[in-house]
Design a protein around this ligand. Structure first.
Ligand code: ATP
Length: 456
């Protein structure tokens, strides 16, 4: 991790806590190390990221299907996948303070915390162990999955038989994964419980290079489409020494997080390792009949594996901005409308009953389409700032004139420009603006209300 970016992590953490995006897990008990709870706005942001991914990789494609496999799997899965043997980090323990460290993170042979003497390295498996059933004995050990991928490999034949998909095709799923990480930190970047969005794309051997390049480009472009700045993304090829034991090739899509460049998503060519391993450990055939050659083949797999939490962090860091605004600082999140937790806020100019009634009617009408917030507390300026800080793309303001001319004001978050439109046109107009239409394309009867030229 190098080259720190401009946004610092303290500001992101503070905004997330202050505005209800993310809280430490079990906070009233002092928190649980590297576990996080997503609050009312965080859960919406995360849901929007997952939905955008699902739409792109499943809904809009012919060659992909979804899956939701269980977190607990047969222990043999982890034997076959290599996780029992290989999913380990070498660890040393300080003989004085007993803190444990990953050997690849040590500068010298002393404890980074107290300078004490260290033990010999010991391999430490990152999988969480638990017991199935009432008896806590070795025979009943099961693991919390450390990745969602294996659920897709073990269901390869089920999907093939029930969907009649032909190669190339893929399976995708979103779900929780658990890793007993030794070094955690950097907020939600590395936690012990997290969510993954993974694709296993099965292809004919020989076409794998082409599909690898295809998926790398697709996945990179997905982040760009969601508004992540190009200069904050880069591709990094794994060196031979870094490659996982099963991988023929791997690239990371790295993001420039506040602590430096780090992995957002990995795209790997896993060859036929997984299907062969599961076939040999289960005794079941996991091959595919190639209708052209009439031969049974074992497909190769291209795996784009993304983290929901890391995507959430990247989206927040990328969207965060501060602007000088008179004597104050305006904090805002330039979130892509697709991702914004709240799409529209409805704000009556004052708490006068007639205004509140009209604003509540508008709120009730709009909320059938999107997550919409109603707010009538504090000054209008403060309410705009509050919405800016949580990335709400549009505010609808109802004022005294609205009672007479049946029009309301739409204010845009980034430019702070305002247009005035008939209330009957609000829904259509907001729909078009949320899809990216220029604010100044007006519906019949609409007018430009206020244009503020500011540099963002
Ligand atoms: P790292 O090298 O950062 O530990 P990794 O290479 O082990 O990551 P993968 O096994 O490739 O990660 O997992 C795929 C994706 O899952 C990662 O790109 C990341 O987005 C996410 N991920 C992995 N481990 C964690 C974690 N501990 N916390 C949050 N997200 C994670």
């Amino acid at each position: 991790m190098t080259e720190p970016a401009k946004v610092n992590m303290e500001k992101i953490v503070s905004l997330c806590q202050r505005r209800g995006f993310i809280f430490p897990s079990s906070e009233i008990y002092g928190g649980l190390s590297s576990c996080w709870d997503y609050g009312p706005l965080g859960v919406e942001l995360k849901r929007n990221i997952k939905e955008a991914w699902w739409r792109t990789v499943i809904q809009e494609r012919d060659d992909m299907v979804g899956l939701d496999a269980s977190i607990l799997m047969h222990p043999k899965v982890w034997e076959a996948s290599g996780h029992l043997e290989q999913f380990t980090d070498p660890l040393v323990e300080c003989k004085s303070c007993h803190l444990r460290w990953r050997t690849d993170e040590l500068k010298d042979n002393h404890c980074p915390s107290c300078g004490g003497e260290l033990t010999e390295p010991r391999l430490f498996n990152l999988m969480f162990k638990t017991f199935m059933g009432p008896v806590e004995e070795e025979a009943n050990v099961v693991y919390l999955r450390p990745e969602t991928a294996q659920g897709m490999f073990v269901n390869f034949q089920n999907v093939l038989n029930t969907t009649r998909k032909r190669l190339p095709f893929g399976i995708a799923q979103i779900g929780k994964a658990f890793r007993n990480e030794i070094t955690t930190g950097n907020f939600i970047f590395r936690s012990r419980e997290f969510e993954q969005m993974e694709i296993e794309f099965f292809v004919k051997p020989g076409t794998d290079e082409e599909w690898f390049n295809y998926w790398l480009e697709e996945r990179y472009n997905w982040y760009i489409k969601l508004g992540i700045k190009k200069e904050n993304l880069k591709l990094r090829e794994h060196t031979k020494g870094e490659l996982a034991h099963y991988a023929l090739k791997c690239y990371d899509i790295d993001y420039l997080f506040p602590m430096g460049w780090a992995e957002l998503e990995g795209v790997a060519n896993r060859g036929d390792f997984d299907l062969r391993q599961h076939a040999s450990h289960s005794g079941k055939s996991l091959s595919y009949l190639d209708e052209e050659t009439k031969q049974h083949i074992v497909p190769y797999v291209i795996e784009p594996s993304a983290g929901v939490d890391r995507s959430t962090l990247a989206v927040l860091c990328d969207a965060y901005a501060e602007e000088a605004d008179k004597e104050e600082i305006r904090v805002l999140l330039h979130l892509h409308p697709t991702l914004a937790p709240i799409k529209v806020a409805v704000l009556p100019l004052s708490k006068k009953e007639a205004l509140v009634t009209l604003a509540k009617e508008i709120h009730a009408d709009l909320r059938s389409c999107w997550m919409v917030q109603y707010d009538d507390t504090q000054s209008i300026g403060r309410r705009y700032r509050r919405q800016d800080e949580t990335g709400t793309p549009f505010c609808v303001t109802v004022d005294f004139q609205s009672l007479e001319d049946k029009q309301a004001t739409i204010r845009e978050r980034d430019s702070m420009n305002q247009i005035r439109v008939p209330i009957s046109e609000l829904k259509n107009t907001l729909q078009a603006k949320l899809e990216g239409e220029d604010l100044f394309i007006l519906p019949p009867g609409g007018q430009v209300w206020k244009e503020e030229k500011r540099s963002v």
